[in-house]
Each structure stands twice: as structure tokens, then as C-alpha cells.
Ligand binder design. Structure first.
Ligand code: HEC
Ligand code: HEC
Ligand code: HEC
Ligand code: HEC
Ligand code: HEC
Ligand code: HEC
Length: 505
């Protein structure tokens, strides 16, 4: 019986068993499905992450399972037969027998084809798991704040993996392993809200950022115009035009200067943060190109360095200043200044800055509650204080409400408890201490050298004023003038103490 069928069957007799058949069925079906979805992916502009997850992760897994079932079934079948027919325990292959030769060629060809397709498939899977759609959209709610802020940022075309993973296999594997933990924490609702920063295991920034930016190539100053509106009835405008001394260059060419040179090219700066947030920095050690070391401290008890836990020291890199290069959540004040400046909110509406600010400031429980409150606060203000104008400028008021609601939605995510409050930006010293964590004029060395707080060390103010009653300009730099008289307070305290997140501005 067995011998008869063996002559009509082309494949080894042990292949004809139920497990191998099931394996062939599974592998065949998933193969067809993969080809079909691959074509769908190729010919349509879909950006849903789920298609990728199914096609490049789940189906290939099923395909491999199916393929594994084939030899498993054959092995079991062979064992069963050796028991009953006292056959040799391993199959004999003799390439002089035409049937065996054909089988051998077939197996080699199928294996080669499979390996080739696996190569293409793994590359697709690799590309997919590094894509922005996979990172930003799979766990929509969890990543919504970061993904939303990213889309409006200068890095909107850089992939998430470009900064979070970077090149090389080692970090790819590491990031996928920590990804598995993230899948677990999302599935079992174990993740913290908001997601905490700084990210302790972030790849050293110089290995990622410097793929595209390297301080040796920076030079000169960057001009930046800052337009503000006051919270008075006239929404008085106030402008600072500053030249930020970016600097850069290479020590070899002797062409070095400014912010980036001091921090990165020649010097090494290490610091001890007071806690994980790195918001307070009591101790700093700077080593220059010649190897000279200076220790600066704001806390005299740390001065001799004996009590410092060396393992808690951090070497300053890009992220210590640029911690929000792409997930930029704007505070109400900053977002309103921008919207008013480019005309999205009509500045002829009296007190619109103050009113919109009041509407945006509270911490609302849900998005719906926030949108309703913004609408009612602004409408009620004009109906109550300027009834005639409220009727006359109805469309401008409605447009302002809509714009303020958009600002809310881009910068506040109550479901994740994250907002502009959760993530202070270390660039500058306006909203959070930023540079002033060290440059507050209170960090001193034993010899009395102070980390500078000189207003011209980092930038020059080349223009300031409201353009009507005050308009000063000087390319050599002006002394800072505050829009309203606060005496010498700006010299003694820092801007963020009155304007910062903590002060509710
Ligand atoms: C330009 C580089 C860059 C890109 C592109 C980028 N990130 Fe980030 N991301 C950062 C930095 C820097 C931090 C903050 C690190 C720190 O403070 O330790 C961060 C922090 C985060 C955090 C922690 C929470 C927070 O807001 O600080 C999450 C989550 C995150 N990124 C997700 C994403 C996702 C999803 C994408 C793609 C849609 C993405 N990132 C793209 C640089 C980037
Ligand atoms: C894959 C390339 C790439 C990577 C990686 C990258 N960037 Fe950028 N970066 C860009 C591009 C492109 C721009 C936009 C340039 C422009 O608009 O002129 C930019 C702009 C910037 C700017 C200027 C923003 C502004 O307001 O004009 C800063 C600062 C910056 N990047 C910092 C970083 C930091 C810090 C990292 C690492 C966490 C990083 N970048 C990683 C490509 C990259
Ligand atoms: C001491 C703080 C500090 C460090 C460290 C630092 N930067 Fe900057 N960087 C600044 C400041 C301040 C600016 C100008 C302010 C702005 O653009 O808002 C700037 C500007 C930039 C710009 C925009 C340049 C331009 O001409 O528009 C890029 C790109 C940039 N930095 C990348 C980097 C990278 C990459 C690193 C790490 C190798 C780095 N920075 C380290 C403070 C720093
Ligand atoms: C962790 C502490 C620390 C932080 C944060 C920091 N700096 Fe510095 N910075 C230093 C130290 C220390 C020096 C002095 C180095 C030396 O000469 O010993 C310095 C020097 C400088 C200098 C050169 C000053 C001079 O005398 O010419 C500039 C410019 C500068 N920093 C800009 C910035 C800017 C801009 C920021 C914020 C974006 C910033 N730094 C944030 C520690 C810091
Ligand atoms: C250690 C460097 C450093 C020192 C010292 C410093 N600043 Fe700044 N300042 C910055 C940086 C960096 C920015 C730009 C931040 C950004 O890109 O948002 C800035 C921004 C500003 C702005 C524009 C703010 C805005 O958004 O309109 C003003 C005004 C200003 N600084 C005034 C001062 C005055 C006054 C002093 C002296 C009491 C001073 N700064 C000292 C680094 C410094
Ligand atoms: C003692 C508190 C205090 C300090 C310190 C202070 N300010 Fe102000 N600032 C105010 C008050 C109060 C207003 C008026 C509020 C308004 O009309 O928006 C104001 C308004 C402003 C405005 C216009 C409105 C806005 O918020 O856009 C700017 C710009 C400004 N300050 C810049 C600065 C800068 C830059 C520094 C640091 C060099 C600084 N201030 C330090 C209290 C302070």
C-alpha cells in the first residue's frame, strides 16, 4: 500500500501527514495575504499603523509557524514509521537517484527563495517599526501629546527614531526591548501620566542630533524677533529683537566662539542635579581644552566636592539646553503672542490678550469642558463689558474663540495629564530657569569666579520698544528695558520668577 503510493507521490512519503498539511495550508494562506497587503500598502497612501503591524509583524509570524509545522509533521511521521517498519532512523539521500536529485534541487531552491523573501520582509518590518506612523499613532492616546507637538515643530519631517533610536543595530534592539515593556505597560494601564522626562535612557544626544547638526559647523549669531502683547485694554505691542550668539567653529581653525563652542567643542561640563527633573543644579565642574578644572557651586556645603556622589554626575550635552527641540508645548502667553502677531486673533478687540489668557490658564478636567469654558469666558467678557462691540464685531470674536480653542487643543492633553506645564524648556530664562540653572550669578568657584549672568554674554538686544512711544535700536547692543516700570527687579530676580510656568504666566 505504502510503496504503491510512493511511486505516484512526488514528495517524500513522510510529508503526507496531517500536521504538515496544516502547516502548508497556514503558510500558503498567510503568504497570499502578505503579498495582497503588501500590494495594498504599496499602491495606496494609507498611513494607518495597523496595516503595517498586521502585515510586517503578525502575518510573517504566522507564516513562519506554518513553515515550521511542515518539518515537524514530517519528523513525527518518520518516527512513527521507523517504529513499525524498522527503517533507518534518518532518511537516506542519494543524489544518484533522479528522484532524490530533483527533491534536493527543489528544497535548495525553495529555501533560497524563502531566505530572499525573509530578507525583504525583515527590512520592511525594520523600516515599519522605525516609522513615525508606528511610533506616533499605534498607541494613539498615549503618544497624542508628543505626536501633536511634533507635527507643528521644526522637526516635523524627522522620524521619531531619528532622535530616539538613531543609527546602528545595538540601539535598535535596545529600543525594541524597551518597546516590549511599553506594550505591557499600555496593555495593563501601568504607565505614568504625564510621561516623565528627562528620559533617563535616552541615547546620548550627540550620537543622534549630530547626524544632522554638528557644532563645528555653526557660526555667528542668530537674529530672533520676539513680539509680545501686554494684558492691557489696548493689547500694547512690545518687541525685542535679539542677536543670539550661537557661535561654533573648530578649535583647530581657531575660529571658535559663542554658546556652542563653550558648551561642547572644547569644554567638558559636568553637573550634579538636585533631583531627576534637573531643574535645580547646585554643583558644576568645567574642564577646558587645556585640562584646567574649575568647580562652581551655589551651595557652599558642596564646595570641596567630598560629599558628591560621582555616579549622579551628568555630562552636559545638547539635551541639557535643547530638551524640547520638537515636543514644544506652548504656554498660553507665548501661544497668544504668536497668534496675535500673525493676525489670527484680531488685536483691535479690547483686552483680547488678557481675556484669552484668563480663558486658557485654568487646568480643565476634559477637553470638552475646556472648549466650552473658553467659548463662554470670551463671549461673556464682551457681552458684559462692550455690548455694542460684541454685536458689531461678532465674527472677529467668534474667530478669536475658535483660535483660542485650537491653541488649547495643541498644548493641553487632560487624558494624559500633560500640557505646557509638565515640560519646561531649558532654552533661555523666560518661562523656566533654563540657562539660569547655572548662569544665575550665584554659582561661584573657590577663587571667586562666577558663571556669568552678564546680559550680553549670550545675546545682544539690538532693538526694543512698542514702536510708538519707545523705539530704540543699536547694533552694538542696548541696555534691557522692561515694558512696564519694575525698577531694578529684572536685575535682581530672573524673568521666570514673574513670567514663568510656576508664576502661572
Ligand atoms: C528632534 C528630535 C526628536 C524627534 C524627531 C522626536 N523626539 Fe521625542 N523627545 C526628544 C527629546 C529631546 C525628548 C526629551 C528628552 C529629555 O528631556 O530627556 C523627547 C521626549 C519624548 C517623550 C517623553 C515625554 C516628553 O514629552 O518629554 C515621548 C513620549 C516622545 N519623545 C515620543 C516621540 C514620538 C512619538 C516621536 C515621533 C512622532 C518623537 N518623540 C520624535 C526628541 C525627539
Ligand atoms: C534627521 C535630521 C535631524 C536630526 C536627527 C535632528 N535634527 Fe534638528 N533640525 C533638522 C532640520 C531639518 C531642522 C530645520 C532646519 C530649518 O528649519 O532651517 C532642524 C532644526 C533644529 C533647530 C532649530 C529650530 C528652530 O527653531 O529653528 C534646533 C535647535 C535643532 N534642530 C536641534 C536638534 C536637536 C537638539 C536634536 C537631537 C535631539 C536634533 N535637532 C536632531 C534636522 C534634524
Ligand atoms: C549651553 C546650551 C546649549 C547646548 C549644550 C547646545 N545648544 Fe544648540 N543652541 C543653544 C541656544 C541658546 C541656541 C539659540 C536659541 C534658539 O535657537 O532658540 C541654539 C541653537 C541651535 C541650533 C539652531 C542654529 C541656527 O543657526 O538656527 C541648532 C541646530 C542647535 N542649537 C543644535 C545643537 C546641538 C546638535 C547640540 C549638541 C551637540 C547643541 N545645540 C547644544 C544652546 C545650546
Ligand atoms: C550645567 C550648568 C550650565 C547650564 C545649564 C548652562 N551653562 Fe553656560 N556655562 C556654564 C559654565 C560652567 C560656563 C563657564 C565655563 C568656564 O569658562 O569655566 C559657561 C559658559 C557659557 C558661555 C561663555 C560665557 C563667557 O564668559 O563668555 C556662554 C555664552 C554660555 N555659557 C551660554 C549658555 C546658555 C545660552 C545656556 C542656556 C541655553 C547655558 N549656557 C546653560 C554652565 C552652564
Ligand atoms: C547664559 C545666557 C544668557 C544670559 C546670561 C542672559 N540671557 Fe537672555 N536669553 C538667553 C537665551 C538663550 C534666550 C533665547 C531663548 C529662546 O530662544 O527662546 C534669551 C532671551 C532673552 C530675551 C527675549 C525673551 C523673549 O522671548 O522675548 C530677553 C529680553 C532677554 N533674554 C534678556 C536678558 C537680560 C535682560 C539678561 C541679563 C539680566 C539676560 N537676558 C541674560 C540667554 C541668556
Ligand atoms: C518683578 C516681576 C517681573 C520681572 C522680574 C520681569 N517682569 Fe516682565 N512683566 C512683569 C509684569 C507685571 C508685566 C505686565 C503683565 C502684562 O501686561 O502682560 C510684565 C510684562 C512683560 C512683557 C510684555 C507682556 C508679555 O508677557 O508678553 C515682556 C515682554 C516682559 N515683561 C519681559 C520681561 C523680561 C525679558 C524679563 C527678564 C529680563 C522680565 N520681564 C522680568 C513683571 C516682571
Amino acid at each position: 500500500m505504502e510503496n504503491v503510493s510512493d511511486t505516484t507521490r512526488k514528495l517524500p512519503s513522510s510529508f503526507y501527514n496531517i500536521i504538515s498539511f496544516v502547516g502548508v495550508g497556514i503558510a500558503g494562506l498567510s503568504f497570499v495575504a502578505i503579498i495582497f497587503l503588501f500590494l495594498v500598502d504599496f499602491f495606496t497612501e494609507t498611513s494607518t499603523p495597523y496595516l503595517g503591524i498586521i502585515n510586517y509583524l503578525i502575518f510573517p509570524g504566522i507564516l513562519i509557524l506554518g513553515l515550521l509545522l511542515i518539518p515537524l509533521g514530517m519528523w513525527r511521521e518518520h518516527r512513527r514509521r521507523t517504529k513499525f517498519h524498522s527503517l533507518p532512523s534518518l532518511p537516506r539521500v542519494d543524489l544518484n537517484i533522479p528522484h532524490h536529485r530533483r527533491m534536493f534541487v527543489l528544497v535548495v531552491a525553495v529555501t533560497a527563495l524563502f531566505l530572499l523573501l525573509t530578507g525583504v520582509g525583515s527590512y520592511q518590518a525594520y523600516e515599519f517599526t522605525e516609522s513615525t506612523a508606528f511610533c506616533g499613532k499605534t498607541c494613539h492616546e498615549v503618544m497624542e501629546p508628543e505626536y501633536t507637538a511634533y507635527q507643528g515643530s521644526p522637526h516635523a519631517r524627522v522620524t521619531c527614531a531619528g532622535c530616539h533610536v538613531g543609527p546602528g543595530a545595538g540601539w535598535y534592539v535596545q529600543s525594541k526591548l524597551s518597546g516590549l515593556y511599553q506594550v505591557y505597560s499600555v496593555a495593563f494601564n501601568k504607565y505614568p501620566r504625564p510621561i516623565p522626562t528627562p528620559i533617563t535612557n535616552l541615547r546620548p544626544a550627540r550620537e543622534t542630533c549630530e547626524q544632522c547638526h554638528w557644532p563645528q559647523a555653526f557660526y555667528g549669531s542668530k537674529q530672533s524677533q520676539r513680539v509680545h502683547f501686554m494684558k492691557d485694554e489696548a493689547n500694547t505691542k512690545w518687541v525685542y529683537n535679539i542677536l543670539i550668539k550661537i557661535g561654533g567653529g573648530t578649535p583647530e581653525l581657531g575660529h571658535t566662539s559663542g554658546i556652542h563652542w563653550h558648551m561642547n567643542i572644547a569644554n567638558k561640563i559636568e553637573y550634579l542635579p538636585a533631583d531627576e527633573t534637573r531643574e535645580v543644579i547646585p554643583w558644576v565642574r568645567s574642564t577646558n581644552a587645556k585640562g584646567e578644572v574649575t568647580v562652581y557651586t551655589a551651595d557652599p556645603s558642596l564646595a570641596d566636592g567630598a560629599t558628591i556622589d560621582q555616579s549622579k554626575l551628568r555630562v552636559m550635552d545638547c539635551i541639557d539646553c535643547h530638551n524640547r527641540p520638537t515636543h514644544i508645548f506652548k504656554s498660553p502667553n507665548i501661544a497668544l503672542n504668536a497668534a496675535m502677531n500673525f493676525g489670527a486673533i484680531d488685536i483691535s478687540l479690547p483686552s483680547i490678550k488678557a481675556t484669552a489668557f484668563e480663558a486658557l490658564k485654568p487646568e480643565y478636567e476634559t477637553k470638552e469642558a475646556a472648549l466650552a469654558a473658553i467659548d463662554s469666558t470670551i463671549h461673556a467678557f464682551y457681552a458684559g463689558n462692550y455690548p455694542e462691540l460684541a454685536a458689531q464685531k461678532q465674527p472677529q470674536i467668534d474667530a478669536a474663540v475658535q483660535r483660542v480653542q485650537e491653541i488649547y487643543l495643541k498644548n493641553n492633553f487632560p487624558a494624559m495629564k500633560s500640557s505646557w506645564r509638565s515640560y519646561p524648556d531649558h532654552i533661555g530664562h523666560y518661562l523656566s530657569p533654563g540657562c539660569y540653572r547655572c548662569h544665575d550669578g550665584k554659582h561661584q568657584s573657590a577663587e571667586g569666579k562666577v558663571i556669568t549672568r552678564d546680559c550680553t554674554a549670550c545675546h545682544l538686544i539690538i532693538e526694543q520698544g512698542d514702536g510708538v512711544t519707545v523705539k530704540e535700536s543699536n547694533l552694538a547692543g542696548l541696555e534691557f528695558r522692561h515694558p512696564i516700570d519694575i525698577g531694578d527687579a529684572w536685575k535682581e530676580s530672573s524673568c521666570h520668577e514673574c513670567h514663568g510656568i510656576a508664576a502661572g504666566m
